[in-house]
Design a protein around this ligand. Structure first.
Ligand SMILES: [Zn+2]
Length: 86
């Protein structure tokens, strides 16, 4: 049944988002420009980004055979795989 599939996919997404947030917090956040922690220290999670700022490069660990795409939403760039992230 379609709603069961949707629910399962949503549960997987929630688990993945939690895991990424946990890892990002552990790394102290992402210092791309001026972000620092309350203590003034920089974060290091940006070193673990797979697709950020890589538009046109081959998609890592993927069989899409394509390139990372970039779109702009509300003035912010979003980078994604057109097959795995639709
Ligand atoms: Zn891909």
């Amino acid at each position: 049944m379609a709603s069961t599939v949707r629910r399962r996919r949503a549960a997987r997404l929630v688990a993945a988002v939690r895991e990424v947030l946990r890892a990002a917090i552990e790394a102290g956040g992402s210092s791309l420009r001026d972000y620092v922690q309350a203590s003034g220290q920089r974060g290091y999670f940006q070193h673990r980004f797979s697709v950020y700022n890589r538009a046109g490069e081959p998609c890592p660990g993927c069989d899409c055979g394509g390139a990372i795409r970039r779109i702009v939403q509300a003035g912010r760039s979003t980078f994604y795989c057109p097959r795995r992230q639709r």
